[in-house]
Design a protein around this ligand. Structure first.
Ligand code: PLP
Length: 365
């Protein structure tokens, strides 16, 4: 008999989410007004220490809003990593600007900060970086470069909710930071996202942009070209319940990562964390000696009804981006890496099975 499929991820939902959604339905405030939007935004501000948090309807539009708020437009360049989820760079294209790809560090898998300055030109407006798979990038160096060249720093923290860098929470490490609350994220609202910033004027502009450019004083008058990027009260209610569990979720995910590392450390490589930083361990990830070994292990797990995910395709290899030839590490890591089941309540017996199958299908040398 086929055993039940182990997915790569499933949200950590319980009675709290069911109750709060029911309460929301009862109140009839199911659209984008209602108390939970405010509760969720203020809750995330309190948790992260961010000055301004603005709920939106997904993580992709959060980055689009960051571009719009910073007036990044056609003819501008944005420096970014070649190894991330596609939404990051797509937001640069949405505003007509050009992404300038930088290779990753082969150990941290995050943007190699030492390669950035050579790519800065008179057209550069910002650096958009990702904390890939939940591990913080080198913020101190990124901030130094951004300040030196008077350009903006945008943090795509979609994968790093709960991660820390020198005691600061991911989500506070940029002029603008963004989260995703998609179903597979550390906390989820189904679909959802957030924009965070320490700058009051930017926060006000982002609120206006996400809400059809509505005037603050005249009803049905729109000062600027805006968008409907609003989160619903139901989504925010789920977010409030999820935020209440963040400590437990992070602990469970850390234990999963530690188990994978302890049992597999002689056979595969793991993402290296910077000193004084903690990961959200969004996706537990392993790097094999070769692409062939990765495929062999992936197939073996699939045969046992266990889901895995290949690493992101380097962005420049997607058909609507220009190819680059100076990002060898993003290509190599992409080819050899794989994400493993990483959901908080993955049972230890199931994780042991996953580990055993990986061990069996790997050559030791
Ligand atoms: C790094 C990164 N950026 C942006 C996004 C986009 O978020 P969403 O799927 O909520 O639009 C994701 C999520 O999938 C992501 O992993």
């Amino acid at each position: 008999m086929q055993t039940e499929r182990i997915p790569i991820y499933k949200p950590y939902l319980g009675e709290e989410e069911r109750e709060i959604v029911a309460e929301c339905m009862k109140s009839t405030w199911i659209s984008s007004q209602g108390r939970y939007i405010d509760d969720f935004e203020r809750g995330v501000e309190a948790y992260t220490g961010a000055k301004h948090a603005i709920a939106v309807n997904n993580g992709t539009v959060a980055i689009h809003l960051a571009m719009l708020a910073l007036n990044i437009t056609s003819g501008d360049e944005v420096i970014t990593t070649n190894f991330t989820y596609v939404a990051s760079s797509n937001a640069i294209l949405y505003v007509g600007a050009s992404p300038v790809f930088v290779d990753i560090d082969p150990l941290t898998w995050n943007i190699n900060v030492d390669l950035i300055e050579a790519k800065i030109s008179s057209k550069t407006k910002a650096i958009l970086y990702t904390n890939v798979y939940g591990a913080p990038a080198d913020y101190t160096k990124l901030k130094k470069i951004a300040d030196k060249h008077d350009i903006y720093l945008i943090e795509d923290a979609a994968e790093s909710f709960g991660a820390t860098y020198h005691d600061k929470k991911s989500g506070t490490l940029g002029d603008i930071s963004t989260y995703s609350f998609f179903g597979n994220k550390t906390i989820t609202t189904g679909e959802g996202g957030m924009v965070l910033t320490p700058h009051k004027e930017l926060a006000e502009k982002i609120r206006k942009l996400k809400n059809q450019g509505n005037s603050d004083t005249v009803r049905y008058y729109h000062d600027i070209l805006g968008y409907n990027y609003r989160m619903t009260n139901i989504q925010a209610a789920i977010g409030v319940a999820q935020l209440g569990k963040i400590k437990v979720i992070l602990e469970l995910k850390k234990t999963l990562q530690q188990n994978y590392e302890r049992e597999l450390e002689t056979l595969v490589d793991f993402q290296k964390l910077l000193e004084n930083s903690t990961s959200s361990y969004w996706m537990c990830s392993v790097l094999f000696k070769s692409a062939e070994e990765k495929i062999k292990v992936m197939n073996a797990l699939e045969k046992e009804n266990i889901d895995t995910r290949p690493f992101f395709t380097p962005i420049d290899e997607l058909p609507f981006y220009d190819k680059v030839d100076d990002c060898p590490h993003s290509k190599e890591i992409s080819a050899k890496g794989m994400n493993l089941p990483s959901f908080p309540d993955l049972k230890k017996t199931n994780q042991d099975r996953i580990i055993e199958i990986i061990r069996k299908n790997i050559s030791k040398s």
